[in-house]
Every structure is written in C-alpha cells, then in structure tokens.
Design a protein around this ligand. Structure first.
Ligand code: PLP
Length: 390
C-alpha cells in the first residue's frame, strides 16, 4: 500500500468533502430515538431543511441513498400504468426512467444529446398535445451530475402553467440543493428529491422528499405498492419529532451541524460561491483549449464541470494519472460519456485554494497523460477569482 501524506482531494461531484465540524458532530453518543432529546433534534433538522428547500411544507428524511428518494417520489404519487413525461438529459435521468419502467409506469421519454437541459418549449408542446390529460407527472433532473448541465426549473414550471396541465412536477435536486438557487414552493414543485452527500456536505446515507399539498393529496389515491417508503406514517410520526422506524441518529447530528453551517454562511452566499468557482473552472478549461460539455450558456452547472477530451484521448487515463500522482479523485464519464469526459466537482465544503489545488492537479495530469492542452488554465482561473471577490 502506498503511504500518502497530506489530504486526499475528493473532487468528484459527490460524495463531497465532509467538513470537520460535521464529522465532529457525527462523532457523538447515539441517543434514544424515542426520547425527548431526539425529538428536539428531529424538529430542528426538519425545520432547517424547509429553509434549504425553500418550502413551508413537509420534508421527509429517509435513511437511504438518493435512489431511495427517487422511488419514494414515484410510489407515493402514482399508480400502475400512469403516464409520466421524462427527459433524457443524461445518465441519472436515464436511471430514473429505468426505475419508472420497472415500477410499471408508462414513461414517455424525450430524447436528448446529454449536452443540453430540458427545453421548456418541449415541455409545453408535449403537455399541450396531451389533450386527454393522461400525463400524470413531469419528472426533471435539475442538475445532471453526469453532464454538468442544469435545467431551468422556473422556466419549466412556467411552461407547465402555460399549457394549463394538471400534471405533478417531480424534480431531482440531488446535485443542486444547497449549491444553487432552488425554490420548492415558488416554483410549485410537487416532490423535490435530494440527497445528503453533495451540497449538504454530509456523508452518503440520507435522502429527502419535499412534498406539496397536491402531492400529498395524490398520495391518498396513488396505487403503486409501497410500505417502507410510505409518506403517511412518516408524516404522522414526524409531527412529534419521531420516525416510524429507527432513524440514522448520528447522521442527523451531522445534518444539524451542516444546516447551521449553511445558515451561518447564508444560502445566497453559498450559491454565489458555487457560481464563482464554476466560472473559474470553465475559464481554466477553455484556456487549456478543451471543451466544456454543457452546450448552452444558460445551463452551466454551478456544482460540477464536465470536460470533453479531444478524440483519441481517454478521460479515464487523465483520472488515473491524477489519482496516482496527485491523490486527486476526479469524476468518471458515465454511460455514453465514459472515456470521453472527466468531471470536476466544485460543490459542497469548498474554497478558493481547494479549487486552485484541484485545477493544478488537472493541468499537470493533462500534460502527463499526453492530452494536447495549452498551459495557463490555472492562471485564467486565478485571474477570475481575484477579479470577482467573494
Ligand atoms: C442527479 C442525481 N440523481 C440521482 C442520483 C442517485 O443517487 P444515489 O447514488 O445517492 O442513490 C445521483 C447520484 O449521484 C445524482 O447525481
């Protein structure tokens, strides 16, 4: 085994670096999950989460990865054979679709090129064409972690409204929540799906559903089978600060601390920080003479950047060099982007010098891996960081 000194750079787009404050908070004695101290903890985190989702409606916490919260969103609101409208923005949208197929839903998938987000005009067109209002839900991945493309949720909401369609609106914010602007209530989202391991700065293991009154109403008649994921017993137990089963107590200690950190910094400042690091990263990529995968200026992700390699060069080779030489983990290309892109995560607990270290590692790795690239990417990023103070 190689002994490495210094800190590992975990710059995949999640799981992200867990701050020491959160790690210390998790490292505490587990308490009785049916006692008064726990109820206080649960009430505090449930209230804090509402502020992050920007909702006054309930948020449910599952001891599960994001995939569990995807399933919960579908099985609580839909019935076998229900038609759902989905958009192939990338790997995660495709996986959510596959799950919907397996649950027995009738998925209408709008194809995509993995370089663009969901086109609001296409949403409007599909919904207007649905004269019989058969589509029960529109499902969108806000930030496609596989491509670095962010769909414009407010515009998609406006498109649904223009079509005057009653479909539920289900949004995956697994790699956007607490990294970029998101408004569950204002954008009239019915179920927002999120996970702990990205903008929320926690280890993997918790996931969330924020639910609207309309979604709750739909859950009363939704016919898909559900037991563990059922919202009803959870909502009832949560009222008193409890869970219908043993909760992930120590993760909730971590969540409480992470929510305090986000509030200390201020959500607007958190979003500005992410946008600034993303812009600096894109400037570095362009200065290297490489291409950013996102093809629309309005849709650049603030939480990650997918970098396209010139034909004939393997992105996983760059990742291998970065790991071997610099102890830097970069995200791999997923699905049809395997080998063609690597992804730089710049989300969660992250600052200017962490970004500089990451970009230095990428610049050196590109050269060592023999990828034709120009020097000066790091300088371009530094220039941006200096000119746009926090
Ligand atoms: C946008 C998005 N959706 C869903 C998932 C699946 O979440 P998990 O791997 O936590 O189950 C991920 C994971 O990275 C994701 O980035």
């Amino acid at each position: 085994m190689t002994i490495r000194s210094g800190r590992h750079f975990l710059q995949i787009p999640g799981p992200t670096n867990v701050p020491d404050r959160v790690l210390r908070a998790i490292d505490a004695a587990t308490i009785d999950h049916r006692g008064p101290e726990f109820a206080q903890l649960a009430k505090e985190v449930l209230a804090g989460l509402k502020r992050v989702f920007r909702t006054s409606q309930p948020v449910i916490i599952y001891p599960a990865s994001g995939t569990g919260a995807w399933e919960a969103a579908l099985v609580n609101t839909l019935s076998p054979g229900d038609r759902v409208l989905m958009f192939e923005t990338g790997w995660f949208a495709a996986l959510w679709k596959e799950m919907a197929d397996r649950l027995g839903l009738d998925v209408q998938m709008v194809p995509g090129d993995w370089r663009h987000g969901v086109d609001p005009a296409a949403v409007e067109e599909k919904l207007r064409a649905d004269a019989q209002k058969k589509i029960r839900a529109v499902c969108v991945v806000h930030n496609e972690t596989s491509t670095g493309v962010t769909s414009r949720i407010a515009e998609i909401r406006a498109a649904i409204d223009r079509a005057a369609h009653p479909a539920l609106f289900l949004v995956d914010t697994i790699s956007s929540l607490a990294s970029m602007d998101y408004r569950h209530d204002e954008w009239k989202v019915d179920v927002t799906v999120a996970g702990s391991q990205k903008g929320l700065m926690l280890p993997p293991g918790l996931s969330f559903n924020a639910i609207s009154a309309k979604a709750r109403e739909a859950s009363r008649t939704a016919g898909l089978k559900r037991a563990y994921w059922d919202w009803a017993p959870m909502l009832q137990a949560n009222e008193a600060g409890f869970f219908p089963y043993t909760p992930a107590t120590n993760m909730l200690y971590g969540l409480r601390e992470a929510l305090r950190m986000l509030e200390d910094e201020g959500l607007e400042n958190v979003f500005r920080r992410h946008a600034r690091h993303a812009e600096a990263t894109r400037r570095a990529v362009r200065a290297w003479g490489l291409e950013v995968n996102c093809a629309d200026e309005r849709e650049h992700s603030a939480s990650l950047t997918a970098v396209v390699l010139p034909p004939g060069h393997d992105a996983d080779r760059v990742r291998q060099v970065a790991l071997d030489k610099f102890d830097l983990s970069l995200g791999t290309g997923l699905g049809k982007l395997k080998g063609r892109v690597f992804r730089i995560g710049h989300l969660g607990s992250f600052n200017d010098l962490m970004l500089c270290g990451t970009l230095c590692g990428v610049e050196m790795s590109l050269r060592l891996a023999g990828v034709p690239s120009k020097p000066g990417g790091v300088d371009a990023a530094l220039e941006h960081l200096q000119r746009s103070p926090t």
